[in-house]
Ligand binder design. Structure first.
Ligand code: SF4
Length: 476
């Protein structure tokens, strides 16, 4: 190994040397399924394989290592992983040296059983095994034996952060995991079983990571945890609002978002932090899952519909205009039409900016698997579509209400969408970014770069985005 200065980044250049291997060994293709936490974990995997000499590629044909970072939250996501990894059997026949790896939640949940369906895999590694990946790959390279399984739950990687010197620096917005696991045991959820019990990183390591990101040009961070509101409580290190305060003072960071907040733990201090800390965005993702008290109880969510609505009122009172989003599960076992109507009613009452909604999917290890009263798939899908139609009409109305307003946008990059109908040759570059409340905005602009803050006057509203014109020059 040798060290070279990092030419792209003056701050890293002066404080840190980039570590690269003497010889490039090949390419690593990483396929991510699931949540933001998995995206962050895939960055770690890219950093680890990068430090071993495998350059990340988006071209599966070039890959020498293929990693599928899996999600087991729903059966569909799990099957997607099996299907993708299944296609690697023929690739391995054509390229025998190809190393095929299943990582993440499905691997943690299924362990050795994965090899019954996918005998061509080389490694099945769980959520806590990432740091051991170099050893696992060495074992594969030095032997032609059976596939290797590592689902040891010891959280070796958690306090270590990605090697930022090997990570791509073209993004101005990054995820930062501040905690892992969960102690809540909602009855439909596999997270406590595949990611373990809740544990928090130290504030020092989080601040160090974000300071380094800021030094490399990152403007926005999204803090990730299954329940950020309980950050640091078990360890007694520092509360989540205190952590936000520390991050708010990091130079170079412009915006701070976080997910996910559990409604039962949403404290007045956190509401106050959203209100008072300049860089913390006026936005909250607060999963309710159901509007029926009977279903919430069966889900073991720890709050009632009334308590949830009380927190929403408090938020709207203190943080006017706050962007609110939520998660919903329809068709939970024994959900009656009346229960479902209460969910629709809650959506009409709150008028979320957006929701993520799913039909209930029974998962191994989750207690709800044994619950009576399973609904037909057709009924679940009918309810899901009804709910999504309702939410889409609300989102469209809320978006239309933004027309004529001026929004401050953090520019993320070029936009792929073409909404205005103008011919390509007439176009200025089309850019995209987000409002403080999390709405996506597209606009035309010259000399605008990712990371700029610009003011945009909204001219058009669409179901999932807004369109506007530059209101004045970039703010920076
Ligand atoms: S709070 Fe509930 S749904 Fe969220 S990760 Fe924990 S157990 Fe799963």
């Amino acid at each position: 190994m040798k060290t070279v200065p990092d030419a792209k980044n003056p701050i890293l250049k002066s404080h840190k040397m980039k570590t690269v291997p003497d010889t490039k060994k090949g390419f690593a293709y990483i396929y991510t399924i699931g949540c933001q936490m998995n995206s962050y974990d895939s960055e770690k995997l890219a950093a680890i394989t990068g430090s071993m000499g495998y350059e990340r590629t988006d071209d599966l044909d070039r890959a020498d290592i293929v990693i599928c970072n899996t999600c087991s939250i729903r059966e569909k996501a799990q099957e997607k992983a099996y299907s993708f990894l299944g296609t690697l059997a023929s690739r391995k026949r054509k390229k025998p040296g190809l190393i095929a790896i299943m990582a993440g939640c499905v691997a943690q949940q299924e362990g050795e059983r994965v090899f019954r369906r996918l005998p061509h895999l080389d490694i099945v590694m769980g959520t806590q095994a990432f740091e051991r990946l170099p050893t696992l790959i060495s074992r594969v390279l030095s032997s032609k034996g059976a596939g290797i399984t590592d689902i040891d739950p010891s959280p070796a990687i958690f306090e270590s952060r990605p090697d930022l010197s090997t990570m791509a620096r073209d993004k101005i917005s990054r995820f930062v995991t501040i905690m892992q696991g969960c102690d809540n045991f909602c009855t439909y959820c596999v997270v406590p079983h595949v990611r373990g019990r809740e544990r928090s990183r130290t504030p020092e390591s989080i601040v160090e990571e974000i300071s380094t990101l800021a030094g490399s040009g990152v403007k926005e961070v999204t803090l990730l945890g299954q329940n950020v509101n309980s950050y640091g409580q078990k360890e007694g290190i520092c509360s989540f609002p205190e952590l936000l305060k520390r991050i708010d003072s990091i130079q170079g960071i412009e915006r701070i978002r976080f997910a996910t907040s559990h409604p039962k733990d949403l404290s007045d201090e956190l509401i106050s932090a959203v209100l008072n800390l300049k860089k913390v965005c006026n936005q909250l993702h607060l999963p309710v899952q159901s509007g029926s008290n009977a279903i919430l109880k069966k889900m073991n969510r720890g709050y009632t519909r009334e308590q949830y609505l009380g927190r929403i009122s408090m938020l709207r009172h203190h943080c006017p205009g706050i962007g609110l989003s939520s998660d919903m599960i329809v068709g939970f076992p024994s959900e009656t039409r009346e229960d479902f109507e209460q969910t629709l009613d809650l959506i009409r009452t709150v008028r979320f900016d957006g929701i993520f909604a799913f039909a209930y999917s029974s998962r191994p290890n989750a207690p709800a698997r044994g619950f009576k009263g399973a609904l037909d798939e057709s009924e679940k899908m009918a309810r899901l579509n009804e709910l999504l139609d309702l939410q889409e009409s609300i989102t469209r109305e809320l978006n239309e209400g933004r027309v004529g307003e001026v929004e401050t946008i953090l520019v993320e990059g070029k936009s792929l969408r073409k909404r205005d109908g103008s011919k390509d040759e007439e176009k200025l570059p089309q850019m995209t970014g987000r409002t403080e409340t999390g709405k996506i905005v597209h606009f035309h602009g010259e000399n605008i770069k990712p990371g700029n803050m610009v003011k945009i006057k909204i001219t058009n509203a669409y179901p999932h985005s807004l369109w506007g014109n530059l209101f004045d020059d970039p703010l920076e």
